[in-house]
Design a protein. Structure first.
Length: 456
């Protein structure tokens, strides 16, 4: 930022930029004052401000403070003069009167040590800067490649959408043509043929009368009969055209309409943003001890992006942090919706479930959820809750049951040993559809995390 120019110390010239500084009077002088001052004080040391900036490095920079900088303000990390710390808070005085101030000699060692630290920091930074810039270039190359790849994928999706929409448009337009031709006939053919009809009728009528008056000449019998056949063919053609005209006249009510429900169209357009989206969940955004490495997070991202769109994710409960007290867990998720349950089994296997419905924690209460599902991150697979009316249940002996009922053929069961004496031992995660237990043998729940997600 450009330093503010000093003004002349003479009251009448206070708005004029100073050009000189008198070391003896400790005042700033403009061009108008210079000759007078030099005439009265010819032996004073006067310096040009622009050419001798280094002479003023120990002078206060505040207006009308022509004093030496002898103090240090700790509050503002700033040097100041006696007028700056004056107890009188008047114009240009006392800006630092309420601050913690010391003599500049007292701050010398502290600033000297700080300078050494800063020099070392700058030297280290200078040494590592080239490597950092190289790494940054490589990073941005990767970022650019990833960005272009995502853009290409987006373009492919929308090209497919546009192609499908264009094909559907062409189909509907052709269907309209066919429907109207079926009901009314082809406009060009009917109108053009209809306009020729009077002439055809007149020609056939004249030819028929001529033959009818000359039947007695047996020598021309084949000629007469042949012309009769032509008249008959003309009448057939005339009748076809006439029938088409009658058909068009009979169908004078146009009952063909193009209908689309506005709400459906608006919802479809709105939903484009929900089923076509960029998933930007990152490790820094998920406070998880289960999804600790990048590969697990990518699997989690990819798995969920096929089912739901996660905008943000908030940790509600973690067993290692919040303990295994059942009421504590239930209180944290009561009356919450869009919950993800994550289970780490044996330090290597990650299972979980998604509950979309509002979770009202009540004793022995089943909650229906048509959108609930379970998943195995290791198997990279989502499992449907086969009986949505038994999506989740809370019971004293079975703290959390997801997708499980004795007769429901649900999918996952979390057993009553989850909260067994504070230990997460022998969990049961069961694939009822295939009669297969996914947690093998004596396993242990190492961690349970419950998240609330925002889908908007």
């Amino acid at each position: 930022m450009e330093e503010e120019k000093k003004k002349c110390s003479f009251k009448e010239h206070k708005n004029i930029d100073a050009v000189y500084y008198c070391q003896d009077c400790k005042i700033y002088i403009c061009n108008k004052c210079f000759n007078n001052h030099q005439g009265f004080f010819q032996y004073h040391q006067i310096n040009n401000i622009d050419n001798n900036k280094e002479l003023f490095i120990d002078k206060c920079k505040e207006n009308n403070h022509p004093n030496k900088l002898e103090f240090y303000c700790k509050n503002h990390n700033q040097l100041c003069c006696g007028l700056c710390i004056s107890k009188i808070k008047a114009k240009d005085y006392g800006q630092h009167k309420d601050c913690e101030v010391c003599l500049i000699e007292e701050i010398k060692e502290e600033k000297k040590n700080k300078l050494k630290d800063n020099i070392k920091y700058l030297e280290d930074l200078s040494r590592n800067l080239n490597d950092s810039i190289k790494e940054l270039k490589i990073l941005f190359e990767r970022v650019g490649e990833k960005k272009e790849k995502i853009k290409q994928e987006i373009q492919k999706v929308f090209t497919k959408l546009r192609t499908a929409l264009n094909e559907r448009e062409d189909e509907l337009l052709l269907e309209v043509d066919n429907k109207f031709n079926e009901l009314f006939g082809n406009e060009d053919v009917i109108i053009k043929e209809g306009e020729k009809l009077p002439s055809k009728i007149k020609t056939s009528l004249e030819k028929g009368k001529l033959i009818n008056n000359d039947w007695e000449d047996n020598n021309k019998l084949s000629f007469y009969i042949n012309n009769c056949i032509k008249v008959e063919d003309n009448i057939k053609n005339i009748n076809i055209i006439n029938d088409n005209i009658k058909k068009g006249k009979l169908n004078n009510e146009i009952n063909i309409t193009f209908n689309i429900v506005d709400d459906y169209l608006n919802n479809y357009i709105k939903n484009l943003k929900t089923f076509i989206f960029i998933n930007d969940i990152s490790i820094s955004k998920i406070d998880s001890q289960i999804l600790k490495n990048k590969d697990d997070l990518i699997k989690f991202n990819n798995l969920f992006s096929t089912k739901i769109k996660i905008r943000n994710i908030i940790l509600l409960y973690r067993s290692s942090r919040d303990g295994l007290e059942l009421n504590n867990l239930r209180n944290k998720i009561n009356n919450k919706s869009n919950l993800i349950f994550l289970f780490l089994v044996g330090n290597t296997r990650i299972f979980g479930s998604f509950i979309n419905a509002n979770v009202e924690v009540k004793h022995d209460k089943y909650i229906k959820d048509d959108n609930a599902f379970s998943f195995s991150l290791n198997n990279n697979k989502i499992y449907k809750i086969l009986m949505p009316e038994y999506a989740i249940r809370f019971y004293n002996d079975y703290p959390i049951l997801i997708g499980n009922n004795a007769n429901s053929n649900g999918f996952y069961q979390y057993s009553n040993t989850i909260f067994d004496g504070g230990l997460l031992n022998n969990p049961k995660i069961y694939d009822f559809q295939r009669n297969n237990e996914l947690t093998e043998g004596n396993s242990k729940f190492n961690e349970l995390e419950i998240f609330e997600i925002n889908l908007n």
